[in-house]
Write a protein that binds this ligand. Structure first.
Ligand code: 13P
Length: 287
């Protein structure tokens, strides 16, 4: 059964660790993440962007795949299926499709409109017993066509959104989706500390988890980050492993062209990446 992310994130906030959100792209991705979470006894959040959902034939297909996989793989750790960077309409569609968690990204709207739309979704999410993530201060970089400048969130605006009753809050603190550029100045811990002070025990979300050095991750967790999103790093690991399989000519040997063999090294690479992150985030044995 899929669960709301509320309980796992409140526990993480109290226990000074973070739960990973790993974005999924297909069946192999989903299976790799679920099996790793089960092996490590870690709660997990599966993130689905609107673009990835479209690729996987819609929110309903994704919800059916994930909930059936949780059952058939006998996954016993808490699993939340979460819409990543949703539009208002996308959030409504995911509630309908059976997602257990949604993100409404209203960070590009004027704050009044972000508040208005978030408020409506808080009500709907409460009725359904699912978790809701809101965002203040756009995350930099490009993800599925959504481009943000990477501004830092205004702590007072964070407080306004947190007070609406959202489950968790993503605040821009200089983080960027995708690889970090050479001259990236690092996370703004001043912003994070100021946001944290305003919102108290509200679990904070760190997007753009790929490539953030371990010491910064640990410091962010100590300042209230309880959910960390990772996407690109699994994609890079998958691509590199698939490349070496093909470059070694293994697809040409025997039945090496069988997709179940061809995709296996990529799956193992995702599992290794997810394991490394769960260990770093401290979520192992917290299920
Ligand atoms: P990365 O692709 O940089 O890991 O970011 C993932 C993310 O924040 C999804 O919302």
């Amino acid at each position: 059964m899929l669960v709301s992310a509320k309980e796992m994130l409140n526990a993480a906030r109290e226990g000074h660790y973070a739960v990973g959100q790993f974005n999924i792209n297909n069946l192999e991705w989903t299976k790799a993440i679920l099996l790793t979470a089960e092996e490590l006894r870690s709660p997990v959040i599966l993130g689905v962007s609107e673009g990835a959902a479209k690729y996987m034939c819609g929110f309903k297909t994704v919800a059916a795949m994930v909930s059936n996989m949780v059952e058939s793989l006998k996954i016993t750790v808490p699993v939340a299926l979460h819409l990543d960077h949703g539009t208002y309409e996308g959030a409504l569609a995911c509630i309908e499709a059976g997602f257990s968690s949604i993100m409404f990204d209203g960070s590009h709207y004027p704050i009044e409109e972000n508040i208005e739309k978030t408020k409506e979704l808080v009500k709907l999410a409460e009725e359904k017993g699912i978790s809701l993530e809101a965002e203040v201060g756009a995350i930099g970089g490009e993800e599925d066509g959504v481009v943000g400048a990477g501004e830092c969130a205004d702590p007072n605006e964070c407080k306004m959104i947190a007070d609406l009753g959202v489950t968790m809050l993503a605040a821009g603190i200089g983080n960027i989706h995708g690889k970090y550029p050479e001259n990236w100045p690092g996370l703004s811990f001043d912003t994070l500390a100021a946001v944290s002070e305003k919102v108290g025990m509200m679990p904070l979300v760190l997007h753009g988890g790929t490539g953030i050095p371990a010491d910064m991750i640990k410091k962010a967790i100590s300042l209230g980050v309880s959910k960390i999103n990772v996407n690109t790093e699994c994609q890079l690991a998958f691509a590199a492993a698939t490349r070496s399989y093909i470059e070694a000519g293994k697809d040409l040997a025997g039945k090496g062209f069988d997709p179940r063999k061809l995709l296996a090294p990529g799956v193992e690479a995702i599992r290794a990446t997810v394991k490394e992150k769960m260990e770093l985030f401290g979520s192992v044995d917290r299920a």
